[in-house]
Ligand binder design. Structure first.
Ligand code: 13P
Ligand code: SF4
Length: 301
């Protein structure tokens, strides 16, 4: 579209000029996702990509915890987030002090921390996980009980899958907590045969009412493999927008909810960030090593 052309052109020029790469999460809008991103994916794919990036600057078109994770794995590189206010209700839902309290209350129980968390919280944890590898990470510990934070619903959904007991924390994703099983039943009545795919940040009753549950990348793989005629992606709205162009034989039925944090990242914000090198992600030295180890342990599972 014409209204995007000048920003897209400028961003491509700035990337070359400064040897920068743009990592984009699957929830970014199509003009970012399809026109300026170099690497696209779910949280796990972006963390893996950040492990071996050959550039001087990494710009995260995503939210703050994703930029922090990229910085943890690239201490010597400049990591930019176009808007520091692009947070996450899960990351804001728990503090390092809360984690210390849990560890004191349940001594010896391993702490599995969703990557949707601050570096300070990661530093207090044994291992991280994403929605794409949560089951694998939890099972790799070979214990009957884990502390799984901060997402209560992800923990409950993984408990249902694995039978491993979860000690949880009452934090939720503000986008996914709003979906209800009633809403899903209503859409099934309106669209007979529709396949329902829910993100594991949804409440357990919603995941139960779905045909499949997985991370954003696993949702894409499901569509690629199953080619459903009609699908309802119970997640952030940009997922369907990004996929509609790629899978013309599939009809994407709404509802969806917007993530206000993801939507702070726009083409003009990305352009400005690359022009001014702002905002640069800095992780306090005292946290760096412990937080990085939690992420690295996850990447080895
Ligand atoms: P994934 O892309 O890892 O499924 O995560 C979804 C999400 O909400 C990220 O903020
Ligand atoms: Fe956080 Fe939810 Fe937004 Fe993802 S969609 S960044 S989990 S608030």
């Amino acid at each position: 579209e014409e209204r995007y052309a000048a920003d897209i052109e400028a961003i491509i020029r700035l990337k070359k000029q400064h040897n920068a790469v743009i990592l984009a999460h699957n929830y970014q809008t199509p003009e970012i996702f399809h026109c300026v991103a170099d690497i696209r994916g779910d949280s796990l794919a972006l963390a893996r990509a950040a492990q071996n990036i050959d550039a001087d600057i990494i710009l995260m078109a995503g939210v703050h915890f994703m930029a922090e994770t990229a910085k943890l794995l690239n201490a010597e590189k400049k990591v930019l987030i176009p808007d520091v206010a692009a947070g996450c209700s899960l990351a804001e839902g728990i503090t390092a002090e809360n984690v210390r309290y849990l560890k004191q209350t349940y001594p010896g129980v391993p702490v599995v921390t969703y990557v949707n968390s601050t570096a300070a919280v990661k530093a207090e944890s044994d291992i991280c996980c994403t929605s794409g590898n949560a089951r694998k990470v939890v099972e790799s510990l070979n214990v009957p009980r884990v502390i799984m934070i901060p997402d209560e619903f992800l923990a409950r959904n993984i408990q249902a899958e694995t039978g491993i007991e979860m000690i949880t924390w009452p934090a939720h994703c503000e986008v996914h907590e709003r979906f209800t099983p009633q809403e899903i039943r209503q859409y099934r009545r309106m669209h007979p045969g529709v396949k329902v795919v829910a993100h594991p940040e949804c409440p357990p009753e919603v995941v139960e009412a779905a045909d499949y549950s997985g991370s954003t990348a696993q949702m894409i793989a499901y569509i690629a493999e199953e080619s459903p005629k009609k699908v309802l992606l119970v997640t952030e709205c940009s997922m369907s927008d990004n996929l509609a162009a790629q899978y013309p034989n599939t009809t994407f039925v709404r509802p969806c909810n917007l993530c206000p944090h993801m939507k702070r990242i726009t083409l003009p914000a990305i352009r400005k960030s690359l022009e001014n090198f702002e905002a640069e992600v800095v992780i306090p030295e005292a946290l760096q090593e412990r937080a990085r180890l939690s992420v690295e342990r996850m990447l080895l599972v």
